[in-house]
Design a protein around this ligand. Structure first.
Ligand code: PEP
Ligand code: MN
Length: 368
């Protein structure tokens, strides 16, 4: 029994390899040759017969002269993948001409890349060219961490009548993104899910990670955050890849990564487990109520201080006092084991609100 078979058996005994409703999108960054496309697809289909097969045909490269994709000829190979392995192909479209080409080749799935979703004009043109086609579209987050732009791109495609529009989280450009290639900023995906609760979100663990070592951890994090699928760049010979060689994995490594994931469910059939969770959540609610009461008392004192400063012609902001607060709270964080960064951020928000309240007080009494 090979290593892969052992892993498959272990996996089958603990969790499904591809949980029901999860969408997997695996395949190379770019289609390079017929052989590379077909041998990668065979390796993937062996373990993941339900996956979509990704492959970039037109590649957005920062500078001209790099490999800019094989072009329309590659679409024929993608159709061969479908006929031979049953995997449905998916590729990136960035212009209406790309859409026309994929329609000519009967491709049913596309994604909009991060360099396109950043531009509302391009997204609108693409949406118009996809109108009435029944294509399933995945929208990658824009390069910059602008949630409205991401939601806007999804809305434009839905507005063109596409019924199946999903999101792909591929991380965001950041000045300092280490250890990632693109900063994940998971909180933005939580905001996206809150704004569009029915939207399915897939995690592109490859473009977030930028190297094979981080992919499993990033993928696990997305599973724990209840994402609906994964995109992982897979190449039969990663070192020889013409784009993103540094982050692609072989089909065997892909299989090991997926086998290492722990799939959990948002709920449980064990009533005792549910009851215990409810009890703990009730206690969290009570603690939240106490936090609100504590904030109310603080802000009431802040108002009294504001009136006192106003009467005695003292400034609202006093650097020395702010430094004192930062120091006290950071010592308290250290002593209690809370994260220093968390406590600092929290008190910045509280302090800003206190300043706002005192400004309001000053303005009201000056205008009255
Ligand atoms: C890709 O998926 O190969 C790609 C170009 O991704 P992104 O648009 O996320 O950079
Ligand atoms: Mn890539």
């Amino acid at each position: 029994m090979g290593k892969s078979d052992e892993l498959l058996m272990q996996q089958n005994s603990t969790a499904e390899l591809q949980p029901k409703d999860a969408m997997y999108i695996f395949g190379p960054c770019s289609a390079e040759s017929r052989d590379q496309v077909l041998s990668t697809a065979r390796g993937i289909a062996q373990h993941f017969p339900g996956a979509l097969f990704r492959s970039g045909i037109w590649k957005p490269r920062s500078r001209p002269g790099a490999f800019e994709g094989i072009g329309e000829a590659g679409l024929t190979w993608l159709n061969e993948v479908k006929t031979e392995t049953g995997l449905e192909p998916i590729t990136e479209v960035a212009t209406p001409a790309h859409v026309e080409a994929i329609l000519r080749h009967n491709i049913k799935y596309v994604w909009i890349g991060a360099r396109t979703s950043v531009n509302p004009f391009s997204v609108q043109e693409l949406s118009d060219s996809l109108r009435g086609t029944g294509i399933t579209a995945f929208v990658k987050n824009p390069v910059n961490p602008d949630l409205a732009l991401w939601i806007g791109a999804i809305e434009r495609l839905m507005g063109a009548g596409l019924k199946d529009v999903h999101a792909i989280h591929r991380g965001f450009y950041a000045h300092e993104s280490a250890p990632f290639r693109n900063a994940p900023r998971w909180e933005l995906v939580i905001d996206l899910k809150t704004a569009l609760p029915d939207l399915k979100v897939i995690c592109d663990a490859s473009h977030i990670s930028g190297n094979p070592e981080l992919i499993a951890d990033v993928a696990q994090k997305s599973v724990d955050l209840d994402f609906q699928g994964l995109m992982i760049e897979t190449h039969i010979n990663p070192q020889a890849a013409l784009s993103d060689a540094f982050q692609q994995v072989t089909p065997d490594r892909l299989f090991e990564i997926i086998c290492s994931l722990k799939f959990r469910s948002a709920s449980s059939s064990d009533h005792q487990a549910i009851d215990k969770l409810t009890e703990l959540r009730n206690r969290v609610d009570a603690t939240d109520d106490a936090i609100i009461q504590a904030l109310l008392s603080r802000m009431s004192l802040i108002r009294q201080i504001g009136l006192h400063k106003l009467k005695n012609e003292m400034t609202i902001f006093q650097l020395q006092r702010w430094e004192e607060i930062l120091q006290r709270t950071s010592l308290a964080a250290e002593a209690s084991g809370l994260s220093a960064e968390f406590v600092k951020c929290l008190w910045e928000v509280i302090h800003n609100e206190s300043i706002r309240i005192q400004h309001d007080l000053f303005n009201t009494s000056e205008s009255s």
